[in-house]
Design a protein around this ligand. Structure first.
Ligand code: PMP
Length: 399
């Protein structure tokens, strides 16, 4: 018999399944709100002008394609630290922070999880309820038990901070806490600045290990404002992990550009930690690919391209916010009595709309509008052409 004869079919990824169903739908007016990607007003994934310019320069230079350092190039890693910790941050200049280039935010989480398993093998990992569905799988596959801490509050469509804090307050020292740094996926509900300070205080008091996941820097308020959680931890003197990603902020999804940063207590400690993280990488993919990181580093190190990028990032952010306001206004105009103004308060690409699984099913069956069965929609999939149609359809299913 074949060695694969008894292999079971793994469960399908629910969102990829949604995309397949959407692709097969022949209705011209169909809309896919299930995606986790930013689309422009023409419904296209943008290729940013700053990226285009950096790419053109690289193509003309035709650089050789040798191996990169295991941790990625210093120019890229320094640029990442500047965005996360702030220009000229002490955490960067002191040499106490390790940053390695990773294969997207997912790759950063994976390297971080594998390294943590060596550092604190007996720890439990806590993720928000709900969370990005890959968090659990990533940390479980690194060998950790994964549990939830309370987060989303369906009644207020915000965060149940009291419950979250009470849970964190009860955890074993050395537990790993995965926190969405901004633009919570899937709910769109973020902590306030003051609540971040409280989370930092609990982490210090209980000896917890914070692991920030920063996949959407610049998509809520701005580059620095969205780094509030990183900055709060930075000034705390605690050690912590940050995974970050340029998939969204540079619209470089398929290039797989991200980073893992680990804040240690000293430069000497950072040297030892980096040596161990490099072992994790070496036995996994050896060293990162060149192209995406080179583009990001080139954009961030040229004042002109950086300005261009910041303007384009601002444009994406403003467009998403306009879609949030537009949807709320149009639902009202359609005569929906229910208050949807929470959609304006939620941040980033996603909203937990409160639509039930049955309502989501009706949207698909009757209107060709696809959303996640939890009621999560991606605001960045709305545009000036489809928003009216979507608002009319939602109005019909909630009435
Ligand atoms: N973390 C969160 C919360 C995300 O939403 C995503 C992307 N959907 C990632 C990590 C992974 O990002 P990347 O595509 O860069 O691997």
């Amino acid at each position: 018999a074949s060695i694969f004869a008894a292999v079971e079919m793994a469960p399908r990824d629910p969102i990829l399944g949604l995309n397949e169903a959407f692709a097969a739908d022949t209705r011209a007016e169909k809309v896919n709100l299930g995606v986790g990607v930013y689309y422009d007003d023409n419904g296209k994934i943008p290729l940013l002008a700053a990226v285009r310019a950096a790419e053109k320069a690289r193509l003309e230079a035709m650089p050789p394609r040798g191996y990169q350092p295991i941790e990625g190039p210093a120019a890229y890693n320094n640029a990442v630290q500047g965005l996360l910790f702030g220009k000229d941050s002490q955490l960067a200049t002191s040499g106490q922070t390790v940053t390695i280039e990773a294969l997207g935010g997912t790759g950063a989480l994976k390297v971080g999880a594998d390294y943590l398993k060596r550092l604190v093998p007996g720890a439990t990992v806590y993720i928000s309820d709900p969370s990005w569905e890959n968090h659990r799988a990533l940390f479980e596959s690194a060998g950790f038990p994964v549990e939830n801490y309370p987060y989303y509050d369906a009644a207020s469509r915000g965060v149940n901070f009291a419950a979250m804090k009470a849970k964190l307050d009860s955890l074993q020292p050395g537990s790993v806490i995965v926190l969405h740094a901004c633009c919570h996926n899937p709910t769109g509900a973020d902590l306030s600045d003051a609540q971040w300070d409280e989370v930092v205080a609990v982490c210090r008091e209980r000896g917890l290990i914070p692991f920030l996941d920063m996949a959407y820097q610049g998509f809520a308020e701005g580059i620095d404002a969205d780094a509030v959680a990183v900055r709060a931890l930075s000034s705390s003197g605690l050690q912590f992990f940050v995974s970050s990603s340029f998939s969204k902020s540079f619209s470089l999804y398929g290039e797989r550009v991200g980073a893992l940063s680990i804040v240690t207590a000293s430069k000497e400690e950072a040297g030892r930690v980096l040596s161990q993280v490099k072992r994790v990488i070496r036995t996994n993919y050896s060293n990162p690919p060149i192209h995406g990181g080179a583009i990001v580093a080139a954009v961030l190190s040229s004042p002109e391209l950086r300005q261009m990028w910041e303007d384009e990032l601002g444009g994406m952010r403003e467009r998403i916010r306009a879609m949030r306001t537009g949807l709320v206004d149009q639902l009202k105009a359609e005569g929906v009595a229910q208050d949807f103004s929470f959609v304006i308060k939620q941040r980033g690409m996603f909203s937990y709309t409160g639509l039930t699984a049955a309502q989501v099913e009706t949207l698909k069956a009757d209107f060709g509008i696809y959303a996640v069965s939890t009621g999560r929609i991606c605001l960045a999939a709305l545009n000036s052409k489809n928003i009216g149609y979507v608002a009319k359809a939602i109005a019909q299913v909630v009435k």
